[in-house]
Design a protein around this ligand. Structure first.
Ligand SMILES: Nc1ncnc2c1ncn2[C@@H]1O[C@H](COP(=O)(O)OP(=O)(O)O)[C@@H](O)[C@H]1O
Ligand SMILES: [Mg+2]
Length: 334
């Protein structure tokens, strides 16, 4: 658990004072991903770097697992926190294996243990350990370098990770791929992660919680669904965009409809031809809605993995389930 209590940061730059972080209060539970979201300059990086004491706190306290970070030795603290930045921060003169082993080496691990950990991490990242062992960072693509940056931060298995726009510089397809990989890994490792982003879609996809900032102040803290359903003020509403109802749909799947909206799902006499469009229980509702829009009958068949029909969805199911009138959904999505 990470707790921020009345945390502020004032920078003094050439005689001028800048309040970069303004009295922030929030608690992030163990094993959760909290995305710090907001426009450039709103204090996300400053707040993140206060956690590993790369930036000194001006006022307030930050506790990790109930301990004030200033009661701990700074070097010890940093070793217990993995840190990933946008430009991956790999050492250009070190091989991939050496880069990944930086922290384990400082911790005095023996060669066999480091070698094993290197291979394990590379497998996790979907990279062949032997192929990359002796390569240098510049011999890798941007996406591969970011994977190595994440692997390096995880090397000594720290309970906490700080990630500052780690996928921000990548093109959208590679970025989405890495986001999905990251979620898959997090399912197993369950780290407590503070993740900086300026991209609402990334925040919705990755965050268990989202903290939205403006000018150093915490505007809203909550689950993606909380924030999309009930933006607390005009700033949050503008920042998340007018299509927030549609974004909310990406958080839900057809399975949710099957579970909760059973009454609306017709199950008998389903006509399903091989080339009809269909959805599966894992399809997100945003995608399902697109399928509905392009279906002449206004209905789409739900099939299981063997292509056996499970039911049919129509616009009225969305109304019932999301509380958003289908006409609104149609207008927003078109
Ligand atoms: N070392 C510094 N000295 C003075 N001002 C700084 C320093 N670092 C950041 N700032 C200022 O603090 C504010 C927040 O910056 P930052 O935390 O980098 O925001 P973000 O990561 O959200 O883009 C900005 O106004 C920025 O100019
Ligand atoms: Mg930043």
């Amino acid at each position: 658990m990470i707790t921020f209590k009345n945390v502020s940061k004032i920078y003094n730059s050439s005689g001028k004072q800048v309040k970069a972080v303004d009295n922030v209060n929030m608690t992030i539970e163990k094993g959760e991903i909290c995305v710090f979201l907001g426009p450039s300059g709103c204090g996300k990086t400053t707040l993140l770097r206060m956690v590993n004491r790369l930036v000194q706190i001006s006022d307030g306290t930050i506790d990790i697992g109930g301990k004030d970070i200033y009661s701990l030795d700074a070097i010890e603290l940093r070793r217990s926190i993995g840190y990933v930045i946008q430009q991956n921060g790999l050492f250009p003169n070190m091989t991939i294996e050496e880069n990944i082993n930086v922290v384990p080496k400082m911790l005095g691990w023996d060669q066999a243990k480091m070698k094993k950990r290197y291979s394990e991490l590379m497998e996790t990242m979907g990279l062949n350990p032997e192929e990359y062992r002796k390569r240098f960072p510049w011999e890798l693509s941007g996406g591969q370098q970011q994977r190595i940056g994440v692997a390096r931060a995880m090397a000594a298995d720290p309970p906490v990770m700080l990630m500052d726009e780690p996928f921000g510089a990548l093109d959208p397809i590679i970025r989405e791929h890495l986001q999905n990989e990251f979620l898959r890994i997090q399912k197993d490792v369950k780290k407590t992660i503070l993740f900086v982003s300026h991209d609402i879609d990334e925040a919705i996809r990755l965050g268990d919680k989202i903290a939205i900032f403006n000018k150093g102040q915490l505007m809203q803290f909550g689950t993606p669904d909380d924030i999309l359903a009930n933006p607390k003020n005009d700033f949050v509403q503008d920042f998340i965009g007018s299509d927030r109802e549609i974004k909310r749909l990406t958080l839900l799947t057809v399975k949710d409809l099957l579970n909760k909206g059973k009454k609306a799902i017709r199950k008998s006499n389903i006509q399903f031809e091989a080339d009809d469009s269909f959805v599966t229980p894992d399809t997100d509702l945003r995608t399902a809605l697109s399928e509905l829009l392009s279906s002449p009958s206004g209905e789409v068949v739900i099939v299981d993995q063997n292509h056996h029909p499970l039911g049919v969805i129509s616009f009225s199911d969305f109304d019932l389930f999301t509380g958003v009138h289908p006409t609104t959904l149609k207008t927003v999505i078109q």
